[in-house]
Write a protein that binds this ligand. Structure first.
Ligand SMILES: [Zn+2]
Length: 249
């Protein structure tokens, strides 16, 4: 088919529905939620650092990576003072996607004591790796799963290895990419947009904790998540023409 005919047919198609100018698809806004708060900072790492601090580092890197792709971003709970779990999806209202950033721990009974820099702490070196969670009580479970599995696929392609520790208690939405159902999670369930909770790694693992604090690796992981999100949110959205197809790539 010639370009001329293709163009004419497209024009006729638009004229038939009363359109004169095709508007380019607007970029989806992504809400990035920093898990936990200053007063309830989540688990403590093998070396005594709070989960909230890990979450904040990765969330900030993710904001940068998304903005670098031209995607508008809203960072939620950067100051660690959000009043409730329900306030998180409320703060995301109007965004097209919500990702809540967390770091994983292990059960009390799996912890072993050790002393680090004079501090009595605990650790577990049995588990390492990232995992993802979605809720079937979210209004867009299908898109939530799609985004989670694309993020997981991208991270694995980059060399990140997922953990299957959460498969012991949480059913899989996608086994290969360690995407689990966790229907009751408030941040996912109360969100009015597709939502994923991301566990970046196990901070009780002494080796993985150091990796999770490494700035270059944090940026790399954020880059992988951003690539996955950009791909997933554009999935099924056709480019309207050559110029827009180029703009999207
Ligand atoms: Zn957490």
């Amino acid at each position: 088919m010639t370009g001329w005919w293709h163009g004419a047919r497209r024009w006729l198609g638009m004229a038939a529905v009363g359109l004169c100018v095709a508007s380019p698809p607007s970029a989806a806004e992504i809400a990035v939620d920093v898990g936990h708060t200053l007063v309830a900072p989540g688990a403590t790492s093998a070396r005594g650092r709070s989960e909230f601090e890990f979450n904040l580092d990765l969330a900030r890197a993710l904001v940068e990576a998304l903005e670098g792709r031209g995607l508008p971003v809203r960072l939620i709970n950067e100051d660690g003072r959000i009043p409730s779990l329900q306030a998180r999806p409320q703060a995301a209202s109007g965004s097209d996607f919500l990702i809540s950033v967390h770091h994983d721990s292990v059960g009390e009974h799996e912890l072993r004591p050790w002393v680090w820099e004079g501090q009595a702490l605990n650790y577990n070196d049995d588990f390492a790796g990232h995992s993802l969670f979605v809720s079937r009580d979210n209004p867009d479970t299908a898109r939530s799963i799609l985004c989670a599995r694309i993020i997981g696929a991208r991270l694995q392609r980059m060399g990140f290895v997922p953990t299957h520790k959460n498969g012991r208690r949480r059913a899989y939405a996608d086994t290969q990419h360690a995407v689990h159902y966790y229907d009751g999670l408030a941040v996912l369930r109360h969100a009015r947009m597709p939502a994923v909770l991301f566990e970046a790694g196990v901070i009780k693992n002494r080796d993985e904790e150091l990796l999770l604090r490494d700035e270059a690796r944090i940026r790399l992981m954020a880059d992988g998540i951003a690539t996955g999100l950009a791909a997933c949110l554009r999935n099924g959205v056709p480019a309207d023409g050559e110029a827009e197809a180029d703009a999207l790539s």
